[in-house]
Structure formats: C-alpha cells, structure tokens
Design a protein around this ligand. Structure first.
Ligand SMILES: [Mn+2]
Length: 237
C-alpha cells in the first residue's frame, strides 16, 4: 500500500479542552482523501528539521495541509500589520520535509498553506495579505462564514496540467486564504488562477510537485468528484 505522510499541525496554545496539554492533530478529511484513494495516511508530528529525512524514508509521498500563515521571514520580508498567526517551528520542519522529499525523489502535494510553503521552500514569495497587497483583488478569497464544503469562486486554467483532465473548464472551488503565492519559484508551472489573477494551482511534473490554493479535502463532504484531486496525486506516487 502506498504510504502518504501528512505533515501534522499542532495546537500552539495550552488548551482547556485537553487539560491544557499541547496537542498534535490533523483534520480528518485529509486522511479521508488518502484512504478513499486506496493509500495509507501517516501523520508526521512537527519535530526537529534534522528528523525530516528519516521521516521521508518511511513514506512514499508527502502531503502538506493548510494552517497558519507562513512567516515572511522565510522569504526575506518583515511582517506587515495584517499578517495572521505564524509558526516558525512548523515552517522549519515542513521546509526540511520538502527538501528531503525532493532529494529522495518522492512526490509532494501542498494544499493552501502547504502550496505556499512549497513555493517558499523553492525560493518563491507570498502575499502576506491579499486585501492589503493586491489592489486589483476582485474575488472574495476568504469565504467565511460560507461553509467549507461550498465552492464559491471559479478557476481560470492557465495550462494543460495534472488536474485539467479531472476538473471542468469552469471549475468552482472553495477559498479560505488571505495569503497567496506572489512570485512562483523557478521550475514551477502556473496551472490556474482565480478570475482576478490570484495563483490557485501550480505543478512540476518532472519533480512531481503539486500545489492547490483551495481545500479539496473539505469539498469531499459535498462533492464526490473532489476525490479526483487526491486520486490524481496518488496515481503519481
Ligand atoms: Mn481563492
């Protein structure tokens, strides 16, 4: 069985629900997308970057999920006032996982923050806050309070890519992000934007690196076609 490592998240503040213990976790739907696709999800707890290559050795591919804002320090910027919560420990661990997966020639799939941290790990940059930094922004990219499983904005495909065979020409996706890719890292192909030009998907078939800015795992709750994104990735492992 193909083993897909999911980079875990953690509750960063002592939490009364768990008797103030600190907690490692991952949202269930990431694991569901992998098990539905016939592969085995393995959660990788945030740890020392030095452990990354050992973790990568135990899996066949890496999935990087959503979460906190990526620290602008990772791409050489000071934080603007509109940035959300950052987690340098998670950033460092995930960047080490990405580098180790590339060295080991294992496929990588990033969702939302996961796509952003891939881009940063490869030398690209991000918008810290779309509303502040993109004057031409015309689409609502943080659809809250509309529920996660409701797609709200369209994709504009920019290339023939790993998803175009599986998704419609006028695909609707959900959107829960206030950061986004600004400059794509060298070697990444632009796959899709939103209709206002925000980067929503990229790939590199040679290194088998894939990123999407929306949340296919939350669309699984309402649309079985959303599983095709996970299936397309698993087929490349
Ligand atoms: Mn969006």
């Amino acid at each position: 069985m193909k083993k897909i490592g999911i980079a875990g998240n953690h509750l960063m503040h002592a939490n009364p629900r768990f008797g103030t213990n600190y907690v490692n976790y991952i949202q269930k739907n990431y694991a569901a997308g992998i098990t539905n696709g016939g592969a085995l999800p393995i959660i990788l707890p945030i740890g020392a970057p030095e452990l990354a290559s050992d973790y990568i050795a135990t899996i066949d591919a890496l999935l990087l999920p959503g979460g906190q804002d990526v620290s602008p320090d990772d791409y050489g910027e000071e934080p603007i006032p509109q940035i959300g919560e950052i987690d340098p420990q998670r950033d460092a661990f995930e960047i080490a996982l990405i580098q180790a997966a590339i060295v080991a020639d294992k496929p990588i799939f990033g969702i939302c923050r996961g796509a952003q941290i891939i881009n940063v790990a490869l030398g690209g940059t991000l918008y810290q806050d779309l509303t502040t930094q993109v004057p031409a922004l015309a689409v609502k990219h943080d659809q809250y309070p509309t529920k996660w499983s409701t797609p709200t904005h369209h994709l504009a495909w920019q290339s023939s890519n790993w998803l175009t065979a599986h998704m419609s020409k006028t695909a609707l996706v959900n959107s829960f992000h206030h950061q986004a890719v600004k400059t794509l890292a060298t070697g990444l192909q632009l796959d899709a934007t939103s209709t206002d030009g925000v980067i929503e998907a990229f790939s590199d078939e040679e290194r088998r690196i894939y990123g999407v800015q929306w949340h296919p795992e939350m669309l699984l709750m309402a649309d079985k076609n959303a599983q095709l994104v996970f299936d397309a990735f698993i087929s490349r492992v």
